[in-house]
Write a protein that binds this ligand. Structure first.
Ligand SMILES: *C/C=C(C)/C=C/C=C(C)/C=C/C1=C(C)CCCC1(C)C
Length: 242
């Protein structure tokens, strides 16, 4: 009977030294709070910016739901929730590509730009999933292919078509684009480091046994919430200067 009760009312324990479990917990709360913030502020902006804020909220909301599951999964099994992690990313990273498109629409961005970024991001994530979840013996090779797709994104937004559009848009759009570019170059670079900390390869041991999930959880909080706040700030400026 006692076992049954504990099965129904499962709230797995988090040990005081379970830093990974802690970051899953905090990550979950932060994503929830950010979602509430974005959703409730949506109506302060005119139509054009509403969609961008909505997408920011969707990104953190989708992450909040996945963190809810990942937090549980970690607490129960003490292993990386690889599946939930990648389902989260395959939904939220393309939405971040949509954000680039939405803010550059004022400068005449075409849908093809959005699809190009989405395609690169899907290649980056699917190959990453293969390296982590399906074929870890060849994690280095999958990671390399994933890294190339990542650089294709970096190139496109920093130097390619998206960069040109941002330049022609000028003003606060160009500034916001630049900040988002930095997020992708620096904030997103935390992920391959986490990958290297958690998969076998020539790089093994460099990261002193730090858990891959610590890297991923910190990176997610920075990138998903930070990204959204940049968009929020841009929408605010655009609404004030009108
Ligand atoms: C909200 C989630 C985000 C912004 C996730 C981004 C994930 C990446 C940039 C992952 C990149 C990877 C590589 C560049 C190589 C190794 C495999 C990955 C998938 C971890």
């Amino acid at each position: 009977m006692n076992n049954l009760i504990s099965l129904i009312a499962i709230a797995p324990k988090i040990a005081p030294d379970d830093y990974v479990g802690f970051t899953f917990f905090i990550g979950c709360m932060a994503m929830m709070a950010a979602s509430a913030f974005f959703f409730f502020s949506m109506n302060d902006f005119d139509r054009k910016w509403k969609t961008s804020i909505l997408v920011s909220g969707l990104i953190t909301f989708i992450a909040a739901v996945h963190y809810w599951y990942m937090r549980d999964y970690w607490a129960t099994n003490m292993e990386s929730p690889t599946f939930f992690r990648y389902v989260d990313w395959i939904l939220t990273v393309p939405l971040m590509c949509v954000e680039f498109y939405l803010i550059l629409k004022v400068a005449g961005a075409k849908k093809s730009l959005m699809w190009k970024l989405i395609l690169f991001s899907v290649v980056m994530l699917v190959t990453g999933y293969f390296g982590e979840g399906v074929d870890p013996e060849n994690a280095q090779i999958w990671g390399l292919i994933s890294g190339i797709a990542y650089f294709a994104i970096v190139y496109e937004i920093w130097l390619g078509g998206a960069a040109k559009l941002a330049k022609s848009a000028g003003g606060s759009v160009q500034k916001a684009h630049k900040i988002l570019c930095w997020f992708v170059l620096v904030g997103w670079a935390i992920y391959p480091v986490g990958y290297m900390a958690g998969t076998p390869g020539w790089y093994e041991g460099i990261f002193g046994g730090l858990s891959m999930d610590i890297f991923y959880n910190i990176a997610d909080a920075i990138n998903k919430i930070g990204f959204g706040l940049v968009i929020y700030n841009l929408a605010l400026q655009q609404s004030e200067t009108k």
